[in-house]
Design a protein around this ligand. Structure first.
Ligand code: CA
Length: 445
């Protein structure tokens, strides 16, 4: 059934987007018109991987007929971290494409690959499709369609089930021995392996970077946080390839360190905050699955009244936090979306910003607050002061993201939590929907 759906979708695209496709892609003059490339047998990438392991393990298989896969390009060679290579992923799996020429495919492309003439094989345990000719084999159907990373743990990655996939690790940091080093040896153009550790498990995994990567000479981040990468393999070793340093959010406090051995004692240790709290946030909610409560990485999603909490909802590829009393079984819903603890004492000029939107504005039920005594669980015991910001208003269009403006927190100190409060009531018709996205905290020194 899935194949039928894919084909139908594809057919539709061909009719609608013919002009766009031909405008976007350059093909060899002697290559066939890509729109004429037949589908033949359509396989999901997961199926293709299974086909190899069941029938050709340890050998290679050259496709002589028309076999086609569809997928999103999740990594291309533009960072220099991979060369003549790209990664393609669909819902069922991912695989490495080895290209006959260095360019032509870009991250975010949604493509069809007719495998005729290409070779499915394993290079040092990494499954790949070799000899892909972007003119003959590839039809670009869409561009700028970013496949979202799958949240995983290191043990899930090394199980082998995620080979070639785009993943996101949370609560990770580079090991002590990597501090002060660069990602790779840019001077001698030598690739380097750097060891990443996961705080919850102590598991470790290699981050490998090419000496040609445009971030090869950047210094390894010292903090703890998340990163997005492609899962690669070299013999028995699973490795991660970073696409861009912008996809590393590692400014949090390192785990596993004693307070008194980090050598940066600046004399303002007041003893009652345990030095806790973040000094940086960049939360786009993309790692949350649809309908999941926003309660990871120190965030809280708490119902004060009623059964509902702030949850992740999605529109297109965008994930965000949402609260609504629409269709609620409860008489009243009061729910709080609360940031991780923020350590204002560790920041010189802390600023905060976010975006909000509504999807049906029925009532004034959305407000922003800050607390300095929230214990992490009981919202009713904490004092919540209103915090000034531009929140979405009735006059704003539906589904339009409104910038909060830069909220300066430098007048405050101590440990703070910032919260969005929603209050609504289905029986009273106060069923408006409010959304929050792109929450940022940083030190504008
Ligand atoms: Ca988002």
């Amino acid at each position: 059934m899935r194949h039928l759906k894919f084909k139908y979708f594809n057919l539709l695209l061909l009719f609608v987007a013919t002009g766009l496709i031909t405008a976007c892609v350059e093909y060899d003059h002697d290559a066939p018109d890509p729109l004429d490339i037949p589908d033949g047998t359509v396989m999901e990438i997961g199926e293709l991987r299974q086909f190899y392991h069941q029938n050709h393990e340890g050998a290679s298989h050259k496709f002589m007929g028309d076999t086609t896969i569809y997928g999103f390009i999740t990594m291309d060679g533009s960072s220099g971290n991979i060369y003549r290579s790209a990664y393609i992923e669909d819902e069922s799996g991912a695989i490495n494409l080895r290209l006959m020429s260095p360019s032509g495919l870009y991250q975010g492309d949604y493509i069809k690959v007719n495998l005729k003439g290409t070779v499915l094989g394993s290079y040092q345990q990494m499954l790949q499709i070799d000899s892909v000719h972007t003119g003959n084999n590839v039809t670009k159907l869409e561009t700028q369609q970013q496949k979202l990373p799958t949240p995983v743990t290191i043990s899930e990655i090394v199980s082998g089930d995620y080979q070639a996939r785009l993943v996101k690790l949370d609560g990770v940091q580079f090991t002590d021995s990597e501090m002060g080093l660069t990602f790779a040896d840019a001077e001698n153009l030598q690739a380097q392996n750097r060891m990443l550790e996961e705080c919850s498990s102590d598991d470790q995994i290699i981050v490998r970077t090419s000496g040609y990567a445009n971030f090869a000479e950047d210094t390894i981040p010292e903090g703890n946080g998340s990163l997005i990468a492609i899962v690669a393999q070299f013999r028995d070793e699973t490795q991660l390839y970073i696409r861009s340093l912008e996809e590393m959010d590692m400014a949090g406090a390192r785990c596993g360190e004693e307070d008194d051995d980090n050598g940066d004692d600046n004399g303002d240790d007041n003893g009652d905050d345990n030095g806790e709290g973040v000094t940086f946030l960049d939360e786009d909610f993309q790692s949350y699955p649809d309908h999941d409560p926003i309660d990871q990485n120190g965030w809280s999603s708490i119902a004060e009244e009623g059964s509902r909490v702030w949850i992740c909802r999605t529109f297109g590829n965008n994930h965000y936090a949402q609260a609504t009393a629409f269709n609620s079984p409860d008489d009243v819903n009061i729910m709080w979306l609360i940031t991780p603890a923020i350590n204002l004492d560790e920041m010189t000029n802390p600023v905060f910003e976010f975006q909000s939107a509504h999807a049906h504005y029925s009532h004034d039920g959305f407000s922003l607050h800050v607390s300095f005594d929230f214990d992490g669980s009981d919202v009713t015991q904490a004092n919540w002061e209103p915090l000034e910001a531009r929140l979405v208003e009735e006059s704003d269009d539906w589904n339009t993201w409104i910038d909060s403006g830069l909220i300066n927190l430098s007048e405050f100190d101590g440990i703070a939590h910032i919260a969005w409060r929603y209050e609504g009531s289905e029986p009273q018709g106060n069923t408006g929907t409010f959304r929050v996205d792109n929450v940022k905290l940083y030190d504008e020194e």
